[in-house]
Design a protein around this ligand. Structure first.
Ligand code: S6P
Ligand code: ZN
Length: 192
């Protein structure tokens, strides 16, 4: 096993522009997700697949249990039909690995679900700390007009299982209702 002390300590200043929701600097490769990367995840097929939905800006350290992995996500505002912009969502490949999100800007909802179909929806905004226990899939949804920005931290070897969500979906959706954001059952959810 590598000696964890070989990784040099560092400080990353999250220089936040509250108007743009932009964060700098980035340590590592930015992941961009467009509607085309999320085929079949929204109820309605989008007309503009090239639309940028979110970026994940990592603070890269080796993905081992000696480390806590961190990233910020910048989820742009918008809708596809009634559904607000959202992340793909995933279980951790190593199911029992936990995570937390610290809200930095914007207004969102964190949709969480277990494999046996239980679901919980929690608020996200500047200053919220969402704790995601192991075994709970998680997806962020931007229900506001500004970018939703949050910092994620999780156990190094967690890994990402996107396939289960691609196959089954989440039990609930967050949609634009007449009285604001509403949580509704997902008609296409495949329970086990
Ligand atoms: C990683 C953590 C986040 C997400 C990011 C994008 O465990 O939950 O950094 O990766 O918010 O979501 P997704 O579902 O596309 O990975
Ligand atoms: Zn995660």
């Amino acid at each position: 096993m590598t000696d964890p002390s070989e990784l040099h300590p560092f400080t990353t200043l999250l220089d936040l522009d509250l108007d743009l929701g932009a964060l700098t600097p980035v340590r590592g490769e930015v992941t961009e997700r467009r509607l085309a990367d999320m085929r079949g995840m929204y109820q309605r097929e989008p007309a503009d697949p090239e639309r940028l939905v979110y970026q994940v800006l990592p603070i890269e350290v080796p993905a081992t249990n000696a480390n806590i992995l961190c990233s910020t996500t910048l989820l742009h505002p918008g809708q596809v039909g009634d559904e607000f912009h959202m992340t793909k969502g995933h279980f951790h490949e190593v199911r029992d690995r936990g995570e937390f999100y610290l809200g930095i800007a914007g207004e969102g909802r964190l949709v969480m679900a277990t494999e046996d179909g239980r679901s919980v929806v929690e608020p996200m905004r500047r200053g919220t700390l969402n704790y995601i226990p192991g075994g709970w899939a998680h997806r962020s949804v931007n229900v506001g007009d500004e970018p939703l920005v949050f910092l994620a931290a999780y156990i190094g070897d967690a890994g990402h299982d996107y396939g289960t969500i691609e196959d089954r979906g989440f039990p609930v959706l967050v949609v634009h209702g007449s009285g604001g954001p509403a949580v509704v059952d997902n008609p296409r959810y495949r329970s086990r």
